[in-house]
Design a protein around this ligand. Structure first.
Ligand SMILES: [Zn+2]
Length: 107
């Protein structure tokens, strides 16, 4: 790969993309620092991220049900269980952020 601006040979580097296991190949010019992504490996990373998104539907509606006279609860449906690999007996920590937001954390 040759830099379009300075016509210098570009050095191959690896670019880590947040949330993806694969890293994208890119070429960096040692003179001007111009970065050129390798199309093929870039597309692979994009595909991996898309697959992940599909495997984890993050938005869904759940109904609060009555468990006993003063306790309410809701179910983790099978998609969430599969996506997070939840196990019965596992502990989660709840944090009330405000009147409309509840955060659920594992460990
Ligand atoms: Zn350059």
């Amino acid at each position: 790969m040759i830099c379009k601006k300075c016509k210098k040979r570009m050095k191959e580097i690896k670019v880590n993309v947040e949330g993806a296991k694969l890293s994208s190949k890119a070429f960096e010019c040692s003179k001007c620092g111009d970065l050129q992504f390798d199309r093929e490996s870039g597309l692979k990373v994009v595909k991996e991220l898309e697959k992940k998104k599909k495997a984890c539907p993050l938005n869904m509606e759940q109904k609060i049900t009555k468990l006993s006279y003063d306790r309410l609860g809701f179910y983790f449906n099978k998609d969430i269980v599969r996506c997070l690999d939840l196990k019965p007996g596992e502990k989660v920590y709840l944090t009330v952020l405000d009147k409309n937001n509840l955060l659920i954390n594992r460990n």
